[in-house]
Design a protein around this ligand. Structure first.
Ligand SMILES: CC(C)(COP(=O)(O)OP(=O)(O)OC[C@H]1O[C@@H](n2cnc3c(N)ncnc32)[C@H](O)[C@@H]1OP(=O)(O)O)[C@@H](O)C(=O)NCCC(=O)NCCS
Length: 159
């Protein structure tokens, strides 16, 4: 893909597209739409801050990332909870742009660790995370179902 990727915080009218992008990927987490709706209207001052980001190419939403940050600890701790790109748009830097934006958001809130879990069989996501400096910190056996898989726990320290 040669067209420019833009990443921005999701708006309420993006939720339909986000649900559709998640549904299109067997490897993404599938959440109820109400969960996304809660993330686009975050409460200021809450102990857990959410970031729901969308990526667009030529005006079309093609990917999203969801992260949460626990800000009552110092440094704050972030978890990347969901990340998906439409299959037609994969391999063009959209996933990388979303991950970079999550890292920026995390750094802006003074986060220390950014953590995630990923299927051991998800080679493409694993390469992406390693490229952005995530290292394996653990393994959760039998963490995933349908199909069954272990989870690699990964972390990138920002400070
Ligand atoms: C994992 C996922 C988010 C990556 O998204 P993506 O948009 O394909 O990611 P990128 O394009 O940034 O990087 C993927 C590959 O494209 C390559 N690439 C990036 N920009 C490119 C460009 N302009 N031209 C050609 N290739 C490019 C990268 O080098 C990378 O190659 P690699 O996989 O061989 O390492 C996506 O595959 C996806 O949605 N998967 C299903 C859901 C999922 O697994 N989510 C993660 C759950 S933990």
């Amino acid at each position: 893909m040669s067209e420019r990727v833009t990443v921005r915080p999701a708006a309420p009218e993006d939720v339909d597209a986000i649900v559709a992008i998640a549904a299109s990927s067997a490897l993404a987490s599938h959440w109820e739409r109400v969960r996304y709706e809660g993330m686009v209207s975050p409460l200021s001052g809450a102990a857990v801050q959410h970031s729901l980001l969308v990526a667009a190419v030529a005006g079309r939403l093609v990917g999203f990332a969801a992260a949460r940050g626990l800000v009552t600890v110092s440094p704050a701790e972030v978890e990347l909870e969901n990340l998906a790109v439409l299959q037609v748009a994969q391999g063009g830097g959209v996933g990388g742009a979303l991950l970079e934006a999550v890292l920026h958001w995390s750094a802006a809130m003074g986060a220390g660790p950014v953590r995630l879990e990923v299927r051991t069989a998800n080679a493409r996501a694993l390469r992406l995370y390693r490229r952005y400096g995530f290292i394996q910190t653990g393994l959760r056996r039998g963490y995933y179902a349908a199909p069954p898989d272990d989870a690699l726990c990964m972390e990138r320290l920002l400070q």
